[in-house]
Design a protein around this ligand. Structure first.
Ligand code: GUN
Length: 290
């Protein structure tokens, strides 16, 4: 029997509806949850992500302060803008869309964000708090994946989870969250240096692809009955598509769906959950300051 396709959009919608109620309560108290969204340059994927985030904020009754900067913006200029946003009492969260233009050091910019406004969960303080299991903002995509997994009628406790990809944004924090006691999975983190990737993936009860390589996970890498979570959002050329490209995940969907028990689609799987978790962090930031 083919896998059940996980409807990330529907699960995210439920979360966003709850957040909208909490945002309305805050607004009644005169607090208007607000995220400053900074985009430097015009990377097409970033433009689309930023637009989706701002639209979702508005739909949940939250505000965004949209700050678009030219590609040529200097590092110093960006750092002083962040400093200004950190001090602005009307701004509850600060998000700098990545990747930044090459002449700007990403680490420096992330470290400049006030941890109390770090709704991306990328600041070293937030990362440290996550690893230590202390309160703090969790990064949105890994948190969204864990939230999706928790929604499934399958035991996570003791399950074998394999994460493919070691980015700071997804793979590394996700491996960390999955082995926390409240999830309690046994985690293997694979990357480009992994030997026998196929045989490791085939042992996964939960297989998470976050490598950014279209079709990396083939059908034969999926154990029968596994849960497959595809974090990949790759633009592949497609002359027959209106935009000239289509989105493809890291998982070769058609063969994988025949073997898995549950699988996320691309788009409509993890992506909407990332946005829901971002809205949740903005709301928490606003509630904490009230
Ligand atoms: N670029 C890709 N994903 C993200 C994200 O979750 N946050 C930010 N700020 N930039 C990104």
């Amino acid at each position: 029997m083919p896998a059940i396709v996980i409807d990330g959009k529907a699960i995210a919608k439920k979360i966003r509806d709850d957040l909208a109620i909490r945002a309305a309560i805050l607004r009644k108290k005169g607090v208007f949850p607000c995220l400053a969204v900074v985009l430097a340059g015009e990377d097409p994927a970033s433009l689309s992500y930023v637009g989706a985030k701002e639209k979702a904020l508005a739909e949940a009754g939250m505000e965004s302060r949209d700050i678009r900067l030219p590609r040529s913006t200097g590092e110093g200029e960006l750092l002083s803008l962040i400093d200004q946003l950190n001090r602005d009492p009307a701004v509850h969260g600060v998000l700098v869309q990545l990747p930044l233009p090459q002449h700007i050091e990403e680490d420096k910019v992330i470290a400049a964000i006030d941890p109390a406004r770090d709704v991306d969960g990328f600041h070293p303080f937030s990362v440290g708090s996550m690893v230590l299991g202390r309160p703090g903002f969790l990064p949105c995509t890994p948190h969204g994946v864990v939230t999706l997994l928790r929604d499934l009628p399958i035991p996570l406790d003791g399950a074998r989870a394999v994460v493919v990809g070691r980015s700071n944004i997804v793979g590394k924090p996700l491996a960390n969250l999955l082995c926390r006691r409240d999830v309690n999975a046994t985690v293997t983190l694979c990357h480009t240096g992994t030997r026998n990737l196929e045989s490791i993936c085939r042992e996964a009860d939960i297989l998470i692809a976050a490598a950014g390589k279209p079709g990396l996970i083939t059908g034969s890498m999926v154990k029968k009955g596994a849960v497959v979570i595809d974090v990949g959002v790759n633009r592949v050329e497609d002359p027959s598509a209106k935009k000239g490209y289509r989105l493809r995940g890291d998982v070769d969907f058609d063969p994988a769906v025949e073997r898995a028990a549950y699988i996320t689609p691309v788009p409509g799987g993890v992506g909407p959950m990332t946005i829901a978790m971002l809205l949740q962090n903005v709301l928490i930031a606003a509630e904490q300051r009230t």
